[in-house]
Design a protein around this ligand. Structure first.
Ligand SMILES: Nc1ncnc2c1ncn2[C@@H]1O[C@H](COP(=O)(O)OP(=O)(O)OP(=O)(O)O)[C@@H](O)[C@H]1O
Ligand SMILES: CC(=O)C(=O)O
Ligand SMILES: [K+]
Ligand SMILES: [Mg+2]
Length: 561
């Protein structure tokens, strides 16, 4: 077939579990003569099934998120969004149609926060996301975010908020009240040791300083405070206390990262088959290891990814270890900004993003990206600059919190993340930033190191040859992840055999995850993929594709026949 050529670079021996003793610096370079790929489309393309009006899903064969597919076709490969988007689902977005609107707007991961809402509410939301995926052809992953055991106020008996005025005297107490017997201006605190840990003169910050009090007296379980910065107290607002300009870490530092309620929530998440569990207020790597072995015990073979949330001051001295043992990280700037001085938050964000890239873990930048859009239909210029910065730093994903959970413009906020991502990604491609990062080796075995080097080379090759896409056949997702780490200019089509791996890859920069059953026969996989993608008009003859896979350590450059 004219116009098709195939170049393959293979490292011998293939399929071997042992590292070859022959130095790999002399790879076998093999350029084969043009070879027609003659697969009759009619035999390969599986029948299409109509799942919902106007929605087509392949009955067997290839599955890809339908919005991503549309984006690829509309924008072209190169201009397809690489930065992923996580949306927090809340009262404003929990109905089926509302979740669907977010999926249509490009949400890659739906997050439910176990701090808020009932078990039934969470179950309904998770099932609605699953139903949407099955019925309408989305591939939205679900992330469950634990409450953690930091100190917070009670739920104010579900009133939306209450105002604290300047100079008013309020009591913070560990006593619990029934609604009728609750004295005025009294807040229950969830941590028993609270009254003993604080001292007269301490500053009490609600939500990192949205409202501030000073402790003026302690009477048994009651801490009497005077309001110094007035504002709205919201249900279950987070509390921190500061002494001489630093966060006070007393016995509260000994609170377990995963509380007994969190363990119950985790059991629930495992049962509901969530894709990610985000662990709040991680302090050390140990807790992540414990959770991982717990999940393996409870649900062998589980693909649940554990995301370590960096929001505790204690996590900062153990950053590298924490990132190393997790499946991903979140820069949770909300609580982080209540535990360290605000001006330090941007440098922590930068450091975490760099480390995650080096250690090959996805990283989410979260909180207040578009805070003003809770109330207004457009963001501030400063917010756009903040989002641009995170995209420019090449974080894997951005997250909406209140903007999507309870704001007035969730879809508009999502659209802003999408358009800013596209714009900044384009700038970066034009500036040709791709050659500058010196990635360290992350593999622990020599064989894995070869795969890693192949991925690095593949990405460079794709950039230099201006390839249209990289294809990767991946059983575990690891090879796909190593490609994403290189942040190549073209999209990475990752073919994975299970929907759970497909969904987990949703969090990685530039990866377009497909579900596809494939064999160890690279040639037949390719022929089949080409046919399926052509049938869906996702690729065309002449497109240049660079192909790698888990099963064979080789790079192929192919023009689509
Ligand atoms: N399921 C829910 N039910 C009611 N309100 C919710 C729910 N989820 C979120 N919200 C509201 O949206 C706000 C932002 O949600 P989000 O989950 O990002 O909270 P957060 O406090 O920033 O996160 P975290 O608690 O993990 O630090 C919450 O403060 C809450 O008011
Ligand atoms: C997302 C979150 O937990 C935070 O910013 O605190
Ligand atoms: K949380
Ligand atoms: Mg938090």
């Amino acid at each position: 077939m004219s116009g098709s050529f195939r170049c393959s670079i293979s490292l011998s021996p293939l399929h071997s579990n042992e590292f070859p003793r022959i130095p790999v610096t002399i790879p076998r370079i093999h350029v084969s003569v043009p070879k027609p790929v003659t697969v009759a489309l009619s035999k390969v393309v599986s029948p299409l099934r109509v799942a919902a009006p106007g929605v087509m899903i392949e009955a067997a064969g290839l599955e890809v998120d339908r919005v991503t597919e549309a984006e690829l076709k509309e924008n072209g490969f190169r201009s397809t969004r690489k930065t992923k988007i996580v949306c927090t689902i809340g009262p404003r977005t929990c109905e089926f149609e509302e979740i669907e609107a977010l999926a249509v707007g490009g949400m890659n991961v739906a997050r439910v926060n176990m701090c808020h809402g009932t078990r039934e509410w969470h179950r309904d939301v998770i099932r609605r996301v699953r139903q949407l995926n099955e019925e309408k052809g989305f591939a939205v992953a679900v992330m469950m975010d634990t409450e953690g055991s930091e100190i917070h106020m009670d739920d104010l008996n579900d009133v939306e908020s209450t105002k604290a005025e300047d100079g008013q005297i309020w009591t913070f107490t560990v006593r619990a009240f029934d609604q009728p017997s609750r004295p005025e201006r009294t807040i229950t605190v969830n941590y028993d040791g609270f009254a003993e840990d604080v001292k007269v003169g301490d500053e009490l910050l609600v939500d990192g300083g949205m409202v501030t009090f000073v402790v003026i007296e302690k009477i048994g379980p009651d801490v009497i405070c005077r309001c110094t910065d007035p504002g709205l107290l919201l249900p279950r607002a987070n509390l921190t206390f500061w002494r001489n300009g630093s966060l006070v870490r007393e016995r509260n530092a000994m609170l377990p990262t995963i509380s007994s309620k969190d363990w119950l929530d985790i059991d629930f998440g495992i049962e509901e088959g969530v894709d990610f569990i985000a662990v709040s207020f991680v302090k050390s790597a140990e807790v992540i290891k414990t959770l991982k072995s717990y999940i393996i015990d409870r649900s062998p073979g589980s693909q649940i990814g554990i995301i370590a949330k960096i929001e505790s001051i204690d996590s900062l001295k153990n950053l590298e270890e924490i990132i190393q043992v997790s499946d991903g990280t979140m820069v949770a700037r909300g609580d982080l900004g209540a535990q360290i001085p605000l001006e330090q938050v941007p440098s922590v964000q930068h450091e975490v993003i760099q480390l995650c890239r080096q250690l090959n873990k996805p990283v989410i930048v979260a909180s207040q990206l578009l805070e003003s859009m809770i109330e207004y239909p457009i963001p501030t210029r400063a917010e756009v600059a903040d989002v641009s910065e995170a995209v420019g730093q090449q974080a894997d994903a951005l997250m909406l919190s209140s903007e999507s959970a309870m704001g007035q413009y969730p879809e508009k906020a999502l659209a802003v993340l999408r358009s800013v991502s596209l714009r900044i990604e384009k700038c970066r491609r034009e500036e040709k930033h791709w050659d500058v990062t010196d990635l360290r080796i992350v593999s622990s075995s020599k064989l894995d190191e070869i795969s890693e080097e192949i991925c690095n080379t593949t990405s460079r090759m794709a950039n230099k040859l201006k390839a249209d896409a990289i294809f990767v056949y991946t059983k575990t997702g690891q090879t796909a992840s190593l490609l994403s780490r290189n942040r190549p200019d073209c999209p990475i089509f990752a073919f994975a055999p299970s929907t759970s791996i497909q969904r987990c890859l949703n969090l990685k920069w530039g990866l377009i995850p497909f579900r596809l059953d494939f064999s160890d026969d690279v040639e037949s996989n390719l022929n089949r993929t080409f046919s399926l993608l052509k049938a869906r008009a996702m690729i065309k003859s002449g497109d240049l594709i660079i192909v790698v896979s888990d099963v064979m350590q080789s790079i192929q450059a192919i023009k689509v026949p």
